[in-house]
Design a protein around this ligand. Structure first.
Ligand code: NAI
Length: 339
């Protein structure tokens, strides 16, 4: 419109910022790695979330382009500036309530999540140093793999900076839950929206432990169904990597899962009661310092970490395998910072 043409870009941004400050209820959210395969659809879906008032999109490439594109969506959240490169990390993080991190390289066929460690560990360390400095009270949703190690890395960075609040650091395992709900619903002939499968342990191979004995609505599986579903859920990510044949790993279903999880975190921050989700967190549920299980999300983050509940024989064996691998992955993350 003519008025838009007359108005400089900076004054438009000022108005938008005013609108964001001027009481539009909502939270300030940063996405780090926003130009990536997960980052872009995640940014789009976050722009559609009515709980978000301000969205900061940070990446080392192409974030101004993604920001310009997303900013044209006629939803409430204000997407201000594109935050590009290390020198703009602090501006991207200052004042944020929630930071979602899908930055880092994804798998190619034949790779395990642990093969990503050497590159992604350093990326996560740098980003978490920024968080410690600029928004130490923010909730962190960590997606970058290997999650089993990157969460311990983030915790060590925060401890070093003296700001570690275990309730505020959440490894995102929601995609495992989303897959489990879908696959179990297929077997039971139900709508996946009616199915709730707890998935505990961690986010890689045998550490992904679906608790099929605790599925809601209550149901039972034959040993063959249990074996099939457990493997299918554990290998879901690898199946996508193989199908994409070198072009990356799960991005669209992951963006969906990340937004589903972020939305629950924001509802918790808002003070809604009874918000429960699975996440990989600082934990006393097992002897390991980190473990994924159901947590209650509230104003302070993961305010309560739930016990696993009764397990059947198959799940108890799975739990022992999961703990062995997890112990190694956690140690690897911790020593990356302590070395
Ligand atoms: P991608 O390569 O498409 O995107 C990653 C983005 O991170 C790129 O835009 C890149 O420029 C950016 N980046 C790299 N270094 C950065 C830095 N220092 N600061 C900020 N941004 C940086 O990868 P994709 O497919 O989006 O996957 C991202 C991560 O998410 C991978 O580590 C992948 O393994 C993980 N992942 C996790 C899942 C989970 O369930 N937790 C599921 C699927 C993927």
């Amino acid at each position: 419109s003519p008025s838009n043409l007359q108005m400089g870009e900076s004054s438009m941004l000022e108005r938008a910022n005013c609108r964001a400050k001027g009481g539009a209820p909502g939270f300030k959210v940063a996405i780090l790695g926003a130009a990536g395969g997960i980052g872009q659809p995640l940014a789009m879906l976050m722009k559609m979330n009515p709980l978000v008032s301000v969205l900061h999109l940070y990446d080392v490439v192409n974030s101004p382009g993604v920001t310009a594109d997303i900013s044209h969506m006629d939803t409430g959240a204000v997407v201000s500036a594109g935050f590009l490169g290390q020198k703009e990390l602090e501006a991207a993080l200052t004042g944020m309530d929630l930071v979602v991190i899908p930055a880092g390289v994804p798998r190619k066929p034949g790779m395990t999540r642990d093969d990503l460690f050497n590159i992604n560990a350093g990326i996560v360390r740098t980003l978490c140093e920024g968080i410690a400095k600029c928004c130490p009270n923010a909730l962190v949703n960590l997606i970058s793999n290997p999650v089993n190690s990157t969460v311990p890395i983030a915790a060590e960075v925060f401890k070093k900076a003296g700001i570690y609040d275990p309730k505020k650091l959440l490894g995102v395992t929601m995609l495992d839950v989303v897959r489990a709900n879908t696959f179990v619903a297929e077997v039971l002939g139900l709508d996946p929206r009616e199915v709730d499968v707890p998935v505990v342990g961690g986010h890689a191979g045998v550490t992904i432990l679906p608790l099929l004995s605790q599925v809601k609505p209550p149901c039972s599986f034959t040993p063959e169904e249990t074996e099939f579903l457990t493997k299918h859920i554990q290998d879901g990510g690898t199946e996508v990597v193989q199908a994409k044949a070198g072009a990356g790993s799960a991005t669209l279903s992951m963006a969906y899962a990340a937004v589903k999880f972020a939305d629950l975190c924001l509802r918790g921050l808002r003070g809604d009661a009874g918000i429960v989700a699975c996440a990989y967190v600082d934990s006393k549920v097992t002897e390991l310092p980190f473990f994924a299980s159901k947590v209650r999300l509230g104003r302070g983050g993961a305010e309560e970490v739930y016990q696993l509940g009764p397990l059947n024989e198959y799940e108890r064996i799975g739990l022992e395998k999961a703990k062995q691998e997890l112990a190694t992955s956690i140690q690897k993350g911790v020593s990356f910072i302590k070395k």
